[in-house]
Design a protein around this ligand. Structure first.
Ligand code: GLN
Ligand code: ZN
Length: 765
């Protein structure tokens, strides 16, 4: 009989209970005991859900108050050194390591946070330094094991594998992380003994780095590591996910582990490769249900693959989601507003467990009417989705067919455009601008909410937003900024705002997914061909422009960002969906231009994070991503200036593609790295306009004129001053008005000073 197991369940709670409990605890509104009670309830509910769905091996260790990598750091005695001596309770130490600590006498920076592979989840980076000395702190895990035991007999402890843990960490003072492996293995082995004493038989070690291009010494370390990670009474399930193993397959196949988990969604090629040659005694766990997207499993397709596996493996076949279900919302049953037809195409974490259970029953040869009905219903939903007029829009297809090379080409090359734009815009040297959003006050949020809930009329809503726009324009004029923005008061979120107006998108009520710690996002779902049915931003921008002589930037979210921060349909390549979004945005760009908007910014903060895990796949992605951006923007006259904005990025390895976007101006986040990021642009001789951020908007500190001048001068070491713009790092929506005003005034002064210096220099020349 095949068995089912789960790699991990979302831990925020079906109503984000854990988020609210953590935040209340941090705000001093709840006690530790109250927080732990909520955590206990969520954890237990998660287990109950998995048990009711018929999961054979219950996962333990996947639950976390903040982050599972930070939990591992705590488990192996490796919270960052600066938090270890802190005289606070364990939970406060843990949260301090996550969020940093600020008191009158002490400031300890938080752990660094970064993206979990190519997902939108962020983990806390383990730190290693001279004082790193691993030691086992298993209390929390043992406690979870005891709790789970009372619910179910067969448990599977879930942990990051030692190599993935080291790979994700950072040596603070240089040095080789791999040198720490032997010591870490000892800790794991010590833990294994403890697990055996608790009658645990299975431990799942997650090694998703197997889906990456690994340096040779890391590849070789797998053999070393897994030969030493041994306990005769404990079976290791080595879990790989997020992509195919490719060249790492040979390594994995030789490891002395009891089982192997493969991602059959993103690593489908592995499964075909593995079944013929699979070692005769090992378990093969097939990640058949997509743990990263919200579409219902296609049972017929899955069963074809699974039956082929079963023929070779018999009982040694296990079924699971492709990866932890952390990346999908908890339960579709929480939704009441989703279109009836589309609802039937979806599966969230709870439904994915149920799918596993049905697949298992079918695979194990059950012949009940109830099961047949379920299988039939699934087949019907697949057919309905494939044929639905909701998904397919003939007009969109016709528009796509018309796209040829001319769609992605500006009339003239940048040099000529720049001259035409300068004659037209007449901007001073070091032109100042902002990235788009201005402070989002409580008042503004409340207006948007009231409008959404229909408690204020459309007319009143428009009036309120216009008032906010007018205020923002007036403030920018007073500050003396050169290129103004309308401030984005009407936008709750840069993706949601556009998704809500585009055809092909739906939104959930409670489809929250953990982004980091207590922060959750609610990604929209792109279910069908995307098209624009009405203008989305033109009225607001036109109004803003009517209030000032200065140019106001049109402000759009780019096609790749709209794609990356959504659940995307899986029935066509992502590149094609990106193209559809790009065409919709192109229509908006054209309309903005017709409305007299002479500068249009298309934000692509997510362009870099869309990069595939494997370098070999980068060029294909970058080609279609650049194409989509150009498709959205290359429809304007030479005199119209296209801007783009990117943040959270390192640009070195994609600089060519950034240049290929051929935006007239790019604004980027650089102030925290003190302009180091600019080196990539300098080395490349980046030809177009560039605004390296000089004001770190993530910090409440108000930067002063002098610091910003220094940053610009530093930028000038890298790039000719004629190319430079002066602007903050990113949007200002999280800041308050007062600090923003002060900071921007300093910024404008810095730019004016530099201008004056130039004037003087040229007077002497
Ligand atoms: N225009 C957006 C803003 O200013 C850009 C946000 C972002 O880059 N994440 O808020
Ligand atoms: Zn940004």
């Amino acid at each position: 009989m095949s068995r089912i197991h789960n790699l991990g369940f979302p831990r925020i709670g079906s109503n984000r209970e854990l988020k609210f409990a953590c935040e209340a605890y941090w705000a001093g509104e709840q006690t530790e005991a109250e927080l732990l009670a909520v955590a206990h309830r969520v954890k237990t509910e998660n287990w109950q859900r998995q048990l009711s769905a018929g999961i054979d091996l219950l996962p333990v260790g996947d639950f976390s108050l903040y982050d599972h990598i930070l939990d591992t750091s705590a488990l192996v005695g490796n919270l960052p050194t600066r938090f270890r001596e802190l005289s606070v309770g364990e939970i406060d130490r843990y949260f301090a390591a996550a969020r940093g600590l600020q008191s009158d006498t002490l400031t300890l920076p938080a752990s660094e946070m970064t993206k979990w592979f190519d997902t939108n989840y962020h983990y806390l980076v383990p730190e290693f330094d001279e004082q790193t000395c691993f030691s086992l702190h298993p209390e929390k895990l043992i406690n979870d094991i005891e709790e789970a035991k009372s619910l179910h007999a067969e448990l599977k402890v879930v942990l990051p594998g030692p190599l993935t843990y080291l790979w994700l960490g950072k040596e603070r003072n240089g040095g080789d992380k791999l040198a720490r492996l032997p010591q870490l293995i000892e800790i794991y082995n010590e833990l294994f003994e403890l697990l055996v004493s608790k009658n645990i038989r299975w431990v799942q070690l997650d090694e998703p780095i197997l889906a990456l291009d690994l340096p040779l010494n890391w590849q070789n370390s797998f053999e070393y590591c897994y030969h030493r990670l041994q306990n005769k009474q404990l079976s290791i399930l080595l879990a790989s996910y997020f992509g195919p193993l490719k060249e790492n397959y040979g390594i994995v196949n030789r490891l002395p582990v009891a089982g192997l988990h493969l991602d059959a969604v993103r690593g489908a090629s592995d499964v075909k490769r593995v079944i013929d040659l699979f070692a005769p005694h090992k378990i093969l766990s097939i990640g058949i249900v997509d743990g990263r997207n919200i579409w219902r499993n296609d049972f017929e397709k899955s069963l074809t693959l699974l039956r082929a596996c079963q023929d070779k493996l018999g009982d040694r076949l296990w079924l699971a989601p492709s990866c932890s279900l952390l990346h999908v919302p908890v339960d579709l049953n929480n939704e009441s507003d989703i279109d009836e037809e589309i609802y039937h195409w979806l599966a969230f974490a709870q439904q994915k467990l149920e799918e596993l259970s049905i697949l298992k029953r079918a695979l194990n040869g059950e012949h009940s009417d109830e099961l047949s009905t379920r299988l039939q219903e699934n087949a019907d939903a697949q057919t309905a989705r494939a044929r639905s007029p909701k998904v397919h829009n003939a007009e969109v297809l016709a528009d796509l067919k018309k796209v040829d090379e001319s769609f992605t080409q500006r009339h003239s090359a940048f040099k000529l455009r720049a001259k035409i734009q300068q004659d037209f815009l007449k901007l001073p040297a070091y032109p100042t601008t902002t990235i788009g959003s201005f402070p989002q006050t409580k008042d503004i949020r409340q207006v948007r909410r009231a409008y959404k809930q229909n408690t204020i009329s459309e007319a009143e809503y428009r009036e309120r937003i216009c008032k906010e726009i007018a205020y923002t324009i007036q403030e920018q004029e007073k500050l003396g900024l050169d290129v103004l923005v309308h401030g984005e008061a009407e936008r709750n979120d840069m993706v949601e705002y556009f998704g809500e107006q585009l055809d092909g998108y739906i939104f959930t009520d409670k489809g929250w997914v953990q982004s980091y710690g207590s922060r959750c996002v609610k990604p929209p779902i792109i279910y069908g061909d995307v098209s624009r049915t009405q203008s989305m931003t033109v009225d607001w921008i036109r109004y803003a422009q009517s209030l000032t002589e200065k140019p106001v930037k049109g402000m759009l979210t780019g096609p790749i960002t709209l794609l990356q921060w959504a659940f995307v349909r899986d029935d066509q390549p992502r590149s094609r969906t990106a193209q559809q979004i790009a065409l919709a945005l192109r229509a908006e760009v054209q309309e903005l231009e017709q409305a007299g908007v002479s500068i249009i910014q298309v934000d692509e903060p997510a362009l870099r994070e869309g990069l595939p895990l494997r370098k070999a796949d980068w060029s294909a992605y970058l080609t279609w991503a650049v194409h989509a951006f150009k498709l959205a923007t290359c429809c304007v006259e030479d005199s119209t200036q296209i801007h783009t904005h990117m943040c959270y990025s390192e640009f070195n390895d994609i600089i060519e593609s950034i240049a290929a976007l051929d935006a007239d101006v790019i604004t980027i986040e650089t102030s925290r790295s003190k302009m180091k990021l600019l080196e990539a642009f300098a080395d490349f001789n980046y030809p177009n306009g560039i605004g390296p951020g000089v004001y770190d908007i993530h910090s409440p500190n108000v930067p002063n004129e002098n610091d910003m001048s220094q940053l610009i001068l530093r930028a000038q070491k890298h790039l000719p001053w004629q190319q430079l713009w002066v602007n903050p790092d990113c949007g200002l929506k999280t800041r308050g008005w007062e600090e923003t005003r002060k900071a921007l005034q300093e910024m404008v002064n810095a730019s004016q000073n530099l201008r004056n210096q130039h004037r003087q220099n040229s007077a002497f020349a």
